[in-house]
Design a protein around this ligand. Structure first.
Ligand code: ATP
Length: 572
């Protein structure tokens, strides 16, 4: 963040030169020509007065132009920064580690993309320029004052330093309060998001009053925090204002003494008073802006902490590998797994899994609820980190070493819960990638979406609504299957991908998958249809985290083991 000028170097340097050099210099020039003008008037010198008026006018035009350019370049810089920085943070979040992303609430990310970034733009970036321009204005004005009369300048400066000292004493407290307010705003956004996302649950369980009460607590905390911060700001402004009045009193009072003494002219005092303006104003603003920058700094810190959490540093010594094709098999060797639980060791969910999945073959994964079927697939997708001893490999390359993007070009997973974007059906299948019409139509046919497409006037351009609310559960699952099929990844995992479909549709889709030559598929299913199960190369049966049987449907039924028992239970 220290190097934020990289977001638009051109406007950054222009803004810096105009607000930090050109403007204060012209401002100093104005005080000098003003001194000449007044001294010419006091001396009743008409020629000198005319000359001074023209000079004053020219300097005023230059001053206005300098202010215009400095504001314009500053705004352009902030605007470009905002565009690129928001994109950068969005990309950081979207490319974050999957597990770590899931460990944070979506509300935290939403709040980062709104409140935190807005605070950085408003307080950190704008305050940075304001600190520099106010400091430069102050410095040039002080130099001008010393040139005109150093005694008066010293007296004025001593009084002017007062608010700066007080502000820096208050700065630390301001930063803490700002951090608290940001946290309260985050909690507020998270809670609102939670309440709206869980609207159906709130309605079904009749808990509107309780949720409203919880909202009120967070809402009050947020508002009280903001009020406390505003009061604090108010105190800072009052101190600055009082010091400002005091400086004027000293400048005029002492200045007139010096005129009577003959140490300076009336023009000199007027020029000093003019310059004092540009000492007092920046001095009072400087205190506020320094505090703003500190508050913005704490937003930068909050954001960096979040980014550090979601981007796990690569501790391994090996670089990630690209795996561009799938040639032989997937192997699970001595795989054990427990879900990570904060602060304690979680219950073992998979124990000593040894499994070989051969290229081009289709496997059905069957077992009681909670036996670990989904977990097995999630580990293959690298959703969770594997415990140290076991390994999962594709073509003998440990998946830990394979880069995620290249892994997902080989494997696609279709899950029970499907997320659809608020866009067209075609977009939700293609997800922004380009496919031919034929590929799109094939995927639509194989996933059983044809009937839906043909029955709506907009066809594949129909809008599926927010989170796909225009579609039924089964239609959403078909979209998800079409997404996977169109990509033609060599390995397909289906985790109860047809749970919302009836037997006829499930059979159609599973048949379509079984017919894709070369496709390696692992299909988790609860619907035990013998005609379908017979078509799988093998059935993998899982029980309490272990694989108890592997074999063809006919062989396993003859063995009369776990599959036989489960089939007898569900088919009778
Ligand atoms: N994110 C999680 N955190 C902690 N425990 C989990 C998590 N997900 C699953 N589990 C536990 O792991 C075990 C295996 O779950 P898994 O979902 O893999 O089983 P499954 O065979 O796919 O079940 P189902 O057929 O009901 O989908 C269960 O005891 C479950 O409670």
């Amino acid at each position: 963040m220290k190097n934020f000028k990289k977001y638009d170097r051109f406007n950054y340097y222009l803004a810096l030169v105009f607000s930090g050099l050109v403007y204060p210099l012209i401002n100093l020039l104005l005080a000098m020509v003003l001194k000449r003008l007044i001294d010419a008037g006091v001396a009743r010198d008409i020629d000198a007065l005319k000359y001074a008026i023209v000079a004053c006018l020219l300097v005023c035009i230059l001053l206005a132009a300098a202010v215009f350019i400095s504001e314009l370049t500053k705004n352009k810089f902030v605007n470009n920064f905002s565009k690129k920085y928001r994109k950068h943070i969005f990309d950081e979040i979207i490319t974050s580690d999957l597990n770590e992303f899931n460990n944070n609430s979506i509300g935290d990310f939403l709040s980062t993309m709104t409140n935190t970034i807005a605070t950085i733009e408003d307080k950190y970036i704008k305050a940075y320029f304001n600190v520099i321009s106010n400091f430069a204005l102050l410095l040039f004005s002080v130099v001008g004052m010393f040139i005109i009369n150093w005694k008066l300048s010293i007296a004025v400066l001593i009084i002017s330093l007062l608010p700066l000292v007080l502000m820096s004493l208050l700065g630390g407290k301001m930063q803490t309060k700002q951090r608290t307010v940001l946290q309260q705003q985050d909690d507020y956004v998270s809670q609102v998001k939670d309440a709206f996302s869980g609207f159906l649950v709130i309605k079904s369980f009749n808990i509107e009053k309780q949720i409203s009460k919880e909202f009120q607590i967070n809402n009050n905390k947020r508002a009280d925090g903001e009020l406390a911060l505003a009061e604090f700001n108010n105190i800072s402004i009052s101190i600055s204002n009082f010091s400002g009045y005091l400086v004027f009193l000293v400048a005029y009072g002492l200045g007139m003494f010096l005129v009577i003494n003959g140490s300076t002219s009336i023009g000199g005092v007027t020029a000093i008073v003019q310059l004092v303006n540009f000492v007092v104003m920046p001095m009072s603003k400087l205190g506020l802006e320094i505090n703003n920058k500190k508050a913005g700094g704490s937003a930068v810190k909050t954001l960096n902490q979040l980014l550090a959490k979601i981007h796990i540093p690569i501790k391994n010594n090996y670089p990630y590998l690209e795996l561009n094709s799938f040639a032989t098999d997937i192997k699970f060797v001595k795989v054990n797994f427990s879900y990570p639980q904060p602060g304690e060791k979680g219950k073992r969910v998979l124990s000593n899994i040894n499994l070989q999945i051969e290229k081009g073959k289709k496997y059905a994964l069957v077992g009681m609820s909670g036996s670990g079927k989904s977990t097995l697939l999630k580990l293959l997708m690298k959703y969770y980190k594997l415990e140290q001893n076991g390994s999962i490999s594709i073509d003998n390359v440990n998946i830990n070493k394979i880069n995620l993007a290249s892994l997902y070009k080989l494997i696609n997973i279709v899950q029970q819960d499907v997320y659809l974007f608020d866009d067209t059906l075609a977009y939700n299948i293609k997800l922004g990638e380009s496919f031919t019409d034929k590929e799109l139509n094939d995927a639509i046919n194989k996933s059983g979406l044809r009937k839906l497409v043909d029955s709506t006037p907009d066809g594949i351009e129909m809008n599926v609504g927010e989170e796909g609310k225009e579609l039924s559960g089964g239609q959403k699952q078909r979209v998800s299957i079409a997404r996977a099929l169109i990509r033609k990844t060599p390995i397909l995992l289906m985790d109860e991908a047809t749970s919302a479909l009836d037997q006829k549709n499930t059979t159609e889709i599973e048949n379509a998958i079984l017919e894709v030559a070369d496709l390696t598929a692992i299909v988790v299913t609860h619907k035990l249809n013998p005609n379908l199960l017979k078509r799988y190369y093998a059935i993998i049966f899982m029980k309490e985290g272990t694989i108890t049987e592997i074999g063809s449907f006919v062989d396993l039924m003859q063995q009369k083991g776990d599959l036989y028992n489960l089939c007898s239970l569900t088919m009778n």
